[in-house]
Design a protein around this ligand. Sequence first.
Ligand code: PLP
Length: 395
Amino acid sequence: MIAEKMKPYVKNNSAIRMMFEEGNRLRAIYGPENVFDFSLGNPSVPAPDCVRQAIIDLVNEEEPTILHGYMSNAGFEDVRQTIAESLNRRFGTSFAAKNLIMTVGAASGLNVAFKTILNPGEEVIVFAPYFLEYGAYVRNYDGKLVEISPDTATFQPNLKEFEEKVTPKTRAVIVNTPHNPTGVVYSEETIKKLAEILEAKQKEFGTVIYLISDEPYRELAYDGVQVPYLTKYYANTIVGYSYSKSLSLPGERIGYLVIPNEADGSEELIAAAAIANRTIGCVNAPSLIQKVIAKCVDAEVDVAAYDKNRLALYNGLKDLGFECIKPQGAFYLFVKSPVADEKAFCEAGKKYNILMVPGSSFACPGYVRLAYCVSYETIMNSLPQFAKLAEEFGL
Ligand code: PLP
């Protein structure tokens, strides 16, 4: 009875559901403290107190018909102006309210972007490993996803293959830095090279290629690493941001798109994106939480707590003989499976109550993702279990 387009998603969903149900099954048998569930990217650090206070103040003080009412499809103008000024202060940009469209998290921001720019059959390039939902978002607008194979030595994008795969049909390229699932931050050198290739290809084909920067993890960066702001390197950049991770508000569904004046067709893109926000069914981003964001625009979650987890899990696993690139951002570790079939490795992990996501869920088999947005105790208690797993695989 369901649409053909939905059938593969329904089939795939059962794998994710099974992982979820396996976690519940193990927790019921062994108790939650004895299950080491590294499968979910759900923030473990609470939203900063400023969020709670802002909600209380807004509910007490703001006119309810405004606080809970419709507004422009792009979002409250004062909220967009406040965020634009914060970005300008931090990144030396020159955005104004009109360059921002408030969205229902990064997921709907990306859908708005693709609805705005994609014609059927046009190509969107992604670098493996990548957040698999991108494929669904692109197919929603009948675009075609083109994958670039991973550079497993560094997990920086494979620019040689990229250069070969840009065609006259390429409409957009997605980058995600800090990166899910590897935790890698793309270096300034990488971004400059990527921008150079895009400029050259635009010229060669006489086309416009948008670089979509999906950056929900921008603020989760460690060791003082700089996360380049991409609009400064390539004019046709559209930024997709979300507060799901940076303020631990994934359920509130709030984020924004930035469409800079420098982007080709900027005025038209901005107008179309606001309409896309409405017609994909979001209408506008949730009103109360938009106002909360404006009050907490420079607030941060306790990134040090994630950093502590990062170092404990990374060092712990390295000591046990596992191979893994040291992540500098986000809250994921991408560990090389000791056997080529990483699904078998994930299955084996379950014997020790360890839940991991196979790399094939990110178009990169042979690796597993561990989300370390869990309690520090979970990490410390998981290490003896990982030791047993390492022993089973002869590490
Ligand atoms: N992009 C990446 C790389 C993600 O990891 C996620 C969520 O985990 C999203 C987008 C979607 O985020 P949001 O909750 O803001 O829709």
